[in-house]
Design a protein. Structure first.
Length: 527
């Protein structure tokens, strides 16, 4: 509380004429954040039946200072009652500095071993992106409309790392190391979409369309380590990466209201994807090419039981592609024994979701859900053979199953001056994967609660208490400890509610992240 400071200002200007609208938005952010990490990693033999004998405890304090400038400007113009167009330009300049101090200690059979490691990291990140979009809409008649949109975004990123490490053994003998890194990257993203919408009546609507997307990534990493002879390029960490992804998609979607009580919606999307990734380093030079087709159906069935009570059945299949940072194979070195890197071999994650909902009085909701994830993408913890280095990198696990209940109860009024909102869930997750010939499972039942209470007091005073709690949860190979927060706010209104003063205090209970199972050896095929 009071340890960090954040500010956010924004400005909007709008001008509207008879057939056009011109606008400009600008926002500025300056803020500080911090993360405290306590983690334990266990090292075992190749056979999972052998107990882990070595434990590495790490404590790290990470502090961030971020600055951001964002703007968006555009014009919307109506040429006639049937034809309209719009053009938008947006940009963002973002900078962040990370200062980290980490202490790593080794324990063997719960006794302190021969050495410990202290590492400081200073990392500067500068991001710049500029995007433009244009669209044209044509209303052929009151029931038929044709929309066309083109979007282009160019994103560049520069990162600099300055790392210093000190290794101390039980004789207090010190060994100094230093590492400097410079990473540059550029992403260009182009989307073109055309959609035809037909509203036959208030009972039947139909849409069809096509979309083409193209993503190009080109990035390089250069690391230098300090040796007795001076700064020397680290050829194991330095590398170059190129990635090209093209997606062609077409879809159909229809909605039908069969009666006053019964309605349905159905859709079908077909996608064809081509990807090509090239990775070059001192030790590896590889190219990965993939071509695949995917079909994504969806359906929703709604039935009104009685006035204010609706039952809904929903099914959908969708794809979650790896984000481009996860695909980038560059290595971020935290210290001698901990590194983070991307994975060029990531496959898309496929989800099949089934949910049954009960909607009460259009404001309360109860639901049951079941989700199957194929190739779930999760951050994983692996150990390189012979080095003892833990690699944190995204991997495709085999499968994941999620089932549970959700409830949302809104606008409860125990009294005239007390309003309450409640959201809660009970979720069970299972993750399955295989490493080095061994099968693993991570599963956990997780409760989640969120409660908001608002109290209207005398003389235009108001009081608010908001809190949430998320229990210990399973995600991939890790357990994420429980996290919760409580905030208290007070508001005072003046001049017939034309002026309000509001203050809030936060109390946060932070979580820690630890590996659930002993770290496994890193298969080279994942690199």
């Amino acid at each position: 509380m009071g340890e960090v400071f954040r500010q956010n200002q924004s400005l909007s200007v709008n001008f509207q004429g008879n057939n056009f609208k011109l606008y400009t938005d600008y926002s500025f952010y300056d803020g500080k954040d911090f993360i405290k990490i306590n983690s334990s990693r266990y090292y075992s033999k190749n056979e999972i039946s052998e107990p882990a004998s070595v434990r590495l405890d790490m404590q790290a304090n990470r502090r961030f200072h971020s600055l951001s400038n964002y703007f968006k400007t555009g014009i919307e113009y109506d040429f006639s009652k049937k034809v309209s167009a719009d053009v938008h330009l947006q940009g963002n300049w973002f900078g962040r500095e990370k200062n980290e101090a980490a202490q790593s200690d080794f324990f063997e059979n719960d006794f302190f071993t021969q050495h410990s490691l202290h590492t400081t990291n200073v990392q500067e990140v500068k991001n710049r992106n500029l995007g433009v979009s244009a669209g044209i809409q044509y209303k052929m008649n009151p029931k038929l409309k044709w929309d066309n949109v083109v979007n282009f975004l160019s994103y560049t990123q520069d990162e600099e790392l300055n790392q210093k490490s000190t290794m101390a053994d039980y004789n207090n003998s010190l060994e100094q190391h230093a590492l400097m890194g410079n990473m540059t990257g550029k992403n260009d993203i182009l989307n073109v979409q055309s959609v035809m919408a037909y509203n036959k009546s208030d009972k039947f609507t139909f849409q069809s369309g096509a979309k083409v997307s193209s993503i190009a990534i080109n990035s390089n990493a250069l690391y230098n380590s300090f040796e007795p002879g001076g700064w020397i390029q680290d050829k194991e960490l330095s590398s170059g990466f190129k990635y090209q992804e093209n997606i062609w998609a077409g879809f159909l979607q229809a909605a039908q209201k069969w009666s006053e009580r019964f309605s349905t919606e159905a859709g079908l999307r077909l996608e064809h994807t081509n990807t090509e990734a090239g990775y070059v380093s001192e030790s590896r030079d590889s190219t990965l090419v993939r071509h695949y087709n995917q079909l994504f159906p969806s359906i929703a069935i709604n039935y009104i039981l009685t006035e204010g009570h609706t039952i809904s059945f929903q099914y959908g299949r969708r794809i979650v592609r790896p984000n481009y940072r996860d695909l980038n194979p560059f290595t971020e070195v935290n210290d001698f024994y901990l590194q983070e890197r991307g994975n060029t071999a990531l496959r898309p994650e496929l989800l099949n979701n089934l949910e049954v909902l009960w909607l009460l009085k259009s404001k309360h909701m109860l639901s049951m859900f079941y989700t199957v994830r194929q190739n779930p993408i999760t951050k994983s913890y692996l150990t390189e053979p012979d080095s003892g280095i833990t690699i944190v990198m995204p991997l495709n696990l085999k499968q994941s199953y999620t089932t549970g209940f959700k409830a949302s109860i809104n606008t409860l009024k125990p009294t005239k001056w007390w309003t309450s909102y409640f959201n809660g869930s009970l979720t069970y997750k299972e993750f399955y994967w295989q490493e080095s010939g061994n099968h693993y499972k991570n599963s956990l039942l997780t409760p989640s609660l969120q409660l908001n209470n608002q109290f209207e007091l005398l003389r235009n005073w108001a009081f608010e208490i908001t809190g949430y709690l998320n229990g210990t949860s399973a995600e991939g190979q890790a357990k994420i400890d429980a996290i919760g927060a409580l905030s208290i706010g007070v508001r005072k209104n003046f001049f017939d509610n034309k002026l309000s003063l509001y203050t809030r205090v936060f109390f946060i209970a932070c979580c820690s992240l630890g590996s659930l199972i002993p770290a496994c050896e890193l298969p080279f095929s994942f690199c």
